[in-house]
Design a protein. Structure first.
Lengths: 118, 198
């Protein structure tokens, strides 16, 4: 029961952070789907079912936060690259500020709990 | 370039089936992107090709679920951008084929729009057929309220008209308000449906 609750909570938490993580991954450069997934796995520890990232990218593009373009690779398959639009950059910045403030406060609240656990 | 695999083609066919209702151009774009990802992952995979295909498809997730995610996005987008009762109902109808909650929301909104449109039409027709259009009350034996729109048949017998000319402003505001509220409820439900997906 406790494990189930922990799993559900973690899933919800990851779902909530996914949009921010995607926008943040695209902050510096344009990426295509597979590159983005690798970036999410290595830099944010967010492991998601691979196929579900594409509908999410499609939503962010429909909301005007991302732009996409097909690029023909010299060897191999054409790749669809995503980049942040100016609206996307503004939203990413706004979300990052909120997250940063929120997590700093929460860290303070959690310190005594974690100290006691040790 | 890697040769297409029957398992991958079957998987993509399932996605395509789930994407019915989306514009053809969008479906082609989605399938090309998914195919590219799967093939590129296969090129990087070690071991026998057959087991690699299974592993890649497994990590990609269920075809119907991925299609449903795309569709839920598209439903909300279409309904939000148009806001016309017809488009909203079409999106809800599609949702009703996917879930029981969707079916109930579709029924509620169908009722809401019918109710609103009836009052609106009655308000517009009242000046043209003052005797035949109105809200009527039957005193006996069942004591029922009825909105009568019948320019040819004339007013109902043994029934009392309640609103008279007030039907025009009341019908317009009640009809318009109900249509507006139904649209808001439909969009709110569709957004909740979208949020329930990863």
């Amino acid at each position: 029961m406790a494990i189930e609750l922990e799993d559900k909570w973690e899933v919800q938490l990851r779902k909530g952070c996914l949009e921010l993580a995607i926008l943040a991954s695209l902050w510096k450069e344009r990426l295509y789907g597979l590159e983005l997934l690798r970036a999410l796995e290595t830099e944010s520890n967010l492991v998601i079912t691979e196929g579900t990232v594409y509908p999410l990218l499609s939503r962010l593009r429909n909301e005007g936060l991302l732009d996409s373009e097909w690029v023909e690779a010299e060897l191999g398959h054409p790749r669809k690259y995503y980049r942040l639009t100016s609206a996307g950059r503004r939203k990413a910045l706004m979300m990052a500020r909120i997250w940063s403030r929120f997590s700093a406060k929460l860290d303070g609240l959690l310190k005594p709990l974690l100290k006691e656990e040790r | 370039m890697t040769t297409p695999d029957p398992k991958i083609e079957t998987y993509l066919k399932r996605v395509r089936t789930g994407l019915r209702g989306l514009p053809q151009e969008e479906v082609t774009d989605i399938l090309t992107e998914l195919r590219t990802h799967i093939l590129e992952r296969l090129e990087l995979a070690d071991g026998p090709r057959e087991s690699a295909v299974d592993t890649v498809l497994q990590s990609f997730g269920r075809a119907d679920k991925i299609a449903a995610l795309y569709v839920s996005e598209s439903l909300v987008l279409q309904a939000e951008s148009s806001r016309s009762p017809w488009t909203v109902l079409r999106s809800l109808f599609y949702w009703s084929t996917l879930s029981v909650v969707g079916f109930f929301v579709f029924c509620i909104c169908l009722f809401g729009y019918s109710f609103g449109i009836c009052f609106f039409v009655a308000a517009i027709l009242k000046p043209f057929h003052p005797q035949g259009v109105g809200l009527w009350y039957q005193d006996s034996p069942h004591q029922t309220l009825s909105l009568h729109v019948g320019g040819v048949l004339g007013p109902p017998v043994h029934e009392r008209e309640l609103l008279g000319w007030w039907l025009v402003p009341i019908g317009c505001s009640l009809g318009g308000g109900t249509i507006l509220l139904t649209t808001q409820f439909a969009l709110w439900s569709l957004r909740r449906f979208r949020r329930s997906k990863p």
